[in-house]
Write a protein that binds this ligand. Structure first.
Ligand code: IPM
Ligand code: MN
Length: 350
């Protein structure tokens, strides 16, 4: 199989972790006889510094003409002032909107060999659920937005159409069909009009799937239950803002946000990136965990290229590394290995 992959390393530890994921993809290509053509472009702070724009035209062009996109992270302290007009995050948001990456899949999985000191021993084992977050709608993009009253009042528009809800619902149900057949719709239908529409649309949609259990949960209650009873979730379906907040919370369950990948499904091309950010403090130290990005590559193999066996090979290699007690500082503080050493180990196990 021949595929073109756009690689956007971005900022902070982005380039370090992306490098390892690229190594792993190249190994998969070699072992399974595929040809992956990898082309790199700029996004985020590095793009602002070099071109003045967080998402240069050349980057968008490359993404549009590729079969899939691998992204590291965006964000840099130098640009981290919310009042700045040009910010690294705009690059990512513009990319999501331009490519209509409407469904963000965030698997929350725990791994044997990774302990989580926040919780009682064993609590974090066997956690396995997925958050499906709507990614191009809601208050992130709704118009009008801005300031009035001489800047003394600020507002956003939280807006969803039936069509936007249905397409992300389909992604969640397709996942649930292959999993434990339970979807939890997370919203604030006791307060928000958009949430009421979500309930109407999803409640209608489920009628065609008698074997899927649909459960409704308010977002505040979901925040509580993700910590109290994480094993009761299978697929969480939610809007852009709730999904952003709850997925960071859920990531804390598994021991390190540095382990969790994500897939953003688009109409034509999809994007794969770790859940974590650019972690600027660790930049250049080769201490960041590359596994979230490596597993994002595995999701790419499965969702964009339908290379199931190849994707599984990456997951198995990652599990083996972790079960042997190997890891970067976030998960093995007493005996940490470097970013590139973990990448090499995974390549070796593949
Ligand atoms: C994420 C991030 C982004 C978001 C930021 C960087 C704009 O937190 O992907 O979860 O809020 O969506
Ligand atoms: Mn986030």
């Amino acid at each position: 199989m021949k595929k073109t992959i756009a690689v956007l390393p971005g900022d902070g530890v982005g380039p370090e972790v992306t490098k390892e994921a690229v190594k792993v993809l190249k190994k998969v290509a070699e072992k399974f006889n595929h040809e992956f053509e990898l082309k790199e472009e700029r996004i985020g702070a590095i793009a602002i510094d070099q071109t003045g724009k967080p998402l240069p035209k050349a980057t968008l062009k490359l993404c549009k003409s590729s079969d899939a996109i691998l992204l590291g992270a965006v964000g840099d302290p130098k640009h981290d002032n919310p009042s700045l007009l040009i910010r690294p995050e705009q690059g990512l948001l513009k990319l999501r909107k331009s490519l209509e990456l409407y469904a963000n899949i965030r698997p929350i999985i725990s791994f044997t060999g990774v302990s989580n000191p926040i919780f009682k021993p064993g609590f974090s084992q066997n956690i396995d659920f997925v958050i499906v977050r709507e990614l191009t709608g809601g208050s992130y993009f709704g118009k009008p937005r801005g300031r009035k009253d001489n800047g003394q009042t600020a507002f956003e528009t939280n807006i969803y159409s039936k069509e936007e809800i249905i397409r992300v619902t389909k992604v969640a149900f397709d996942l649930a069909k292959k999993r434990n057949k339970k979807v939890t719709l997370v919203d604030k239908a006791n307060v928000l009009e958009t949430s009421k529409l979500w309930r109407e649309v999803v409640g209608e949609y489920v009628k065609d799937f008698p074997d899927i259990i649909l459960e409704y949960m308010y977002a505040d209650s979901a925040a509580l239950n993700i910590i109290k009873k994480p094993k009761e979730f299978d697929v969480i379906l939610t809007d852009n803002m709730f999904g952003d907040i709850l997925s960071d919370e859920a990531a804390a369950l598994t021991g390190s946000i540095g382990l969790l990948p994500s897939a953003s499904i688009g109409k034509q091309v999809s994007l794969y990136e770790p859940i974590h950010g650019s972690f600027p403090k660790a930049k250049g130290t080769y201490t960041a965990n590359p596994i979230a990005t490596i597993l994002s590559g595995a999701l790419m193999l499965e969702y964009s290229f339908n290379l199931i066996e190849e994707s599984r090979a990456v997951f198995i290699a990652v599990k083996k590394v972790l079960s042997e007690g190997l890891g970067t500082k976030d998960i093995q503080p007493a005996n940490p290995l470097q970013t590139n050493t973990i990448g090499d180990k995974i390549v070796e196990f593949i």
